[in-house]
Design a protein around this ligand. Structure first.
Ligand SMILES: [Zn+2]
Length: 224
């Protein structure tokens, strides 16, 4: 294991806001610097596009990791393609694009058209993205949904994406249904796994949860 500790910075915290017409879709966008790898977790949608462009240059990002291909997590992926940045995405997410379901209003079915395929790095199972960053499969929300576990910090740490979307997901004791989830049973199993195994969780659409508490003020910069 690399002795140099990774740095994690939440660039844009997820915001769990909805109107009666639908969610605003602000997802957590997180920078991880681990040795030479300067990874961005998810890219958000057009509302944050200007910031994403700024971050690519400012933090010299060389790797994009996409949790899944819902529009609110991947819509700015074309910018990374323009800068020749590797884009990691699970095989099952790309497979989902092949059969368009008109009722699925979240999946961004045009993903392949906005990125140059040669920069897409497809993975099929858990793997180390860098010495301290482990990509794991967290299916249920979508079949290829994946999260990043960051090792070598003082606490167990996961960037969950939509495998655990909000603090409400974290606290809910009942078997709740998530109408955006592809597989409710798998979604619930993944959610419990994350709740049971990590001290610090970055949800897909909420601020950081540390030891079961929502940490508002600390969603900016933290180095362990
Ligand atoms: Zn999603």
């Amino acid at each position: 294991m690399n002795m140099k500790k990774p740095i994690v910075k939440v660039l844009i915290p997820g915001i769990p806001l909805k109107t009666k017409f639908g969610g605003l879709g602000y997802c957590s966008i997180v920078l991880i610097i681990d040795g030479d790898k300067r990874i961005l977790f998810d890219t958000g949608h057009y509302s944050v596009r200007n910031n994403i462009l700024k971050y690519i240059k400012l933090y010299k990002i060389n790797t994009l990791f996409l949790s899944h291909l819902h529009f609110d997590h991947c819509l700015n992926a074309d910018l990374f393609s323009e800068f020749n940045i590797d884009i990691y995405v699970h095989q099952k997410e790309l497979d989902r694009l092949k059969s368009k379901k008109i009722s699925d209003v979240y999946t961004f079915y045009f993903f392949n058209q906005i990125v140059k395929n040669k920069k897409i790095k497809i993975f099929k199972k858990s793997f180390y993205l860098s010495p301290n960053v482990l990509a794991i499969e967290t299916p249920g929300h979508t079949s290829g949904h994946s999260s990043l576990v960051v090792n070598n910090l003082n606490k167990s740490f996961i960037i969950a994406g939509d495998a655990l979307k909000t603090y409400k997901d974290f606290t809910s004791k009942t078997k709740k249904n998530d109408k955006t989830a592809e597989d409710q049973v798998q979604m619930r199993r993944t959610l419990e796994y994350i709740k049971d195994n990590f001290d610090i969780i970055i949800p897909g659409h909420d601020v950081m949860i540390e030891n079961g508490k929502r940490v508002k003020s600390n969603a900016d910069f933290f180095e362990f």
